[in-house]
Every structure is written in C-alpha cells, then in structure tokens.
Design a protein around this ligand. Structure first.
Ligand code: SAM
Length: 345
C-alpha cells in the first residue's frame, strides 16, 4: 500500500496559537513528516531555529528531506519527548519561544506496512513508535494475564466489552497479526453494529500501552514549562479524550495561583500560575477541514502562554534547581549555594 501523505492538522490555528515570529526558537516534539515544522520554519525565518523530536526514526527521514531547504536551521533529534528537558540541555536549546505537541500517530505510520497500527492490512502486531524499544503489541496480547489485558483495553480504549475481548484473545493465543486480532475483537463484540469497526478501541488501547503515551505526555508537559521562556507558547493537539483530559487539566492547574482543595479557608499550597490560557475554549477543525482531511475529525487544540515567574530557567543551573524544587526540595537559596560550591570546587 502506498504511504499516505500526512496533512498537518489545524495548521493555521496552531501557527496562530504558537504566535510564530521571525528569529524565534521553537521545538516540535512530534516532528513526523515535518508538516507543522515546515510552517514554523517558514514563519520564523529569517533567523528562526527549530528542534524537531520524534521517537520514530523512519518518520524523521521524511521530515529531513522536506526541511532540507532550511539547512542548519533545524536540529533533528531521534528521542522520546519524555526526555524533552534532557534534549534541550544536550543541545543548549532553551529557553524557547514555542513548543508544539501534535500527538498520536501519523497517516505515514498508519499506512506503513509492517508497523501493525492498523487493521486495514495484515501485519505483525508491533505498534511501536520507536522500533528499538522492546515492548510490542504482540507481547502484551500474548503474554499479559487476562485481567491486565482487560484493564488496558478498558482504560486506554474506553471499551465496555473489555473483559469479553480479553477472554477471547487469551483463548485464541497465539495472536500474531492485525487481521487476526481484529477478527477476534469483532467476534467478541458480536459483529459490527455501527460505522466504527469494533476493533478500533482495542487497537487504540494497545498502541497507547505499547508507547506509554499518557505517561510520556504527562512527563513532557511538566518539562515543557521548564524550557519555555517567559511569553513563550505551548500548543498541544490531541486526538482522544484521554490525552485531551491530561492536557486540559495540566493547563488549568498551571494557570491557577492556588490549587488547594475546594473549601480550604486559606491557601496553603503556595502554587503560583506559570501559564495563561491563550484560548478559553478548545479549538476544533472546521467542517471544511474535516471534509478535506477526515483524520482531523477528532483533533482538539489547546494552547497557553508562559508567564514570567521567579522560577524561569535561562541557565542549566536554574533547570537543575527547578528539578530539585519539583522533587520537594523547598530551599532554593540553599540549593543554589550547594550547586555554586560544586561548580567552583
Ligand atoms: C500526528 S504525528 C505528527 C505529525 C506532524 N505534526 C506533521 O504535521 O507532519 C505524531 C508523531 O509523534 C510521534 N510521537 C508520538 N509519541 C511520541 C513521543 N513520546 N516522543 C516522540 N515522538 C512521539 C509519532 O512517532 C509521530 O511521528
């Protein structure tokens, strides 16, 4: 099957949300074929810089040829965005003017033979974004206890029939290919009832579990705050309710000065807002975009601006200090002295 061209989703809306400016420094945490990255580079030129991260080395090859005309304005980093802060430190790329996450998988990955993301064609049950990671969907499907398998399908697929599906999977082991799995799920669900194939939610669940998508997103959002400069923008496009909930709750929490439980007479948390929401309401694609690119149908864009705080990180030391504070060390002045002592020793 030919590789589908990946059309960047909510492109104009995302560029507006990021407020891309000439000479700015940006991070695309989900580079893939470079659709959004190309627009960032065009709008940040002259002088713009982009650091593009993707867990999928093959996807990055497409971006490398697409972004070649921009020469060394782009740094390509094959890594997990859960290591965002480490990557920024390694390449001395912070603070930045904008960070983009366009989550999930791309049309390129979906249609690539042998990746196992889709049941439109037969392939081994792989589903790894990063093919050098160990865990595959086949391992989960064939080795996890039935209860754990059912939990994954329920939690990450929001699937009501998770127990029934897990039971039939376990009885049908070994389950080696996408079509075999899709058939098992269809039988467990008692056939097709609506337009959506009954295996869709199970495939989503396995992909999320294989790639630890929710854990990685939570980790990366926190780090994005550390490397975003004051006035910098964070934009996140999500495609299902589980990741959108994480993004929404994170932005809400970080844009509030107090996060004490309701009913507390005085604030005891000491939390300070570090973000300001760019849009009160989530941004979704227009009818015209959905008609032109049906894959955009479930996209939800949220964005926020970093506000200046005492904890802004413009040096590596400040980044380390902010890590220690996040780990519960509450005496920044003392920590600073310790770090300075080590640096001068
Ligand atoms: C929807 S695509 C991005 C498409 C891109 N914005 C474009 O317009 O070409 C999502 C990409 O994110 C990557 N990805 C997903 N989770 C990741 C993670 N934790 N770390 C790095 N890349 C990840 C996938 O490999 C995939 O290439």
């Amino acid at each position: 099957m030919p590789l589908a061209n990946h059309i960047p989703v909510l492109l104009e809306e995302t560029m507006r949300a990021l407020a891309v400016q000439p000479g700015g420094r940006y991070i695309d945490c989900t580079l893939d074929g470079g659709g959004h990255a190309l627009s960032i580079l065009e709008r940040s030129s002259p002088g713009g810089q982009l650091l593009g991260i993707d867990a999928d080395a093959k996807a990055m090859e497409h971006a490398q040829s697409k972004l070649a005309p921009f020469g060394n304005a782009t740094l390509f980093v094959h890594d997990n965005f859960a290591n965002l802060r480490k990557v920024c430190l390694r390449y001395d790329f912070y603070p930045v003017h904008g960070i983009l996450f366009d989550l999930g998988l791309s049309s390129l990955q979906l249609t690539e033979e042998g990746r196992g993301f889709s049941f439109q064609h037969d392939a081994p049950l792989d589903m790894r974004f990063n093919t050098s990671e160990r865990l595959t969907a086949a391992e989960i499907v064939n080795t996890y206890p039935e209860a754990e398998l059912a939990d994954i399908i329920r939690k990450y697929g929001e699937e009501k029939l998770s127990r029934r599906i897990a039971r039939l999977i376990v009885r049908s082991r070994p389950v080696n290919t996408t079509l075999q799995l899709a058939d098992i799920v269809e039988r467990a669900a008692g056939g097709r009832r609506d337009k959506i194939h009954p295996a869709t939610r199970t495939f989503q669940a396995l992909r999320i579990a294989v790639n630890r998508e929710l854990e990685n997103l939570e980790a990366a959002l926190k780090q994005a705050l550390q490397v975003l400069g004051a006035g910098g923008r964070l934009a996140v496009i999500s495609y299902h309710s589980l990741e959108d909930r994480i993004v929404k709750q994170f932005l809400q929490r970080e844009s509030r000065d107090c996060i004490c439980p309701p009913g507390m007479p005085v604030c005891t948390c000491g939390h300070k807002a570090s973000l300001k929401l760019v849009n009160r309401k989530v941004i979704t694609p227009t009818e015209a975009e959905i008609a032109a690119n049906p894959r955009s149908r479930s996209a939800r864009l949220r964005a926020a601006e970093r506000i200046a705080t005492e904890e802004d990180c413009t040096t590596a030391d400040e980044l380390y200090l902010s890590d220690l504070r996040a780990a519960g060390w509450g005496k920044p002045a003392l920590l600073k002295k310790i770090i300075m002592a080590f640096r001068t020793a």
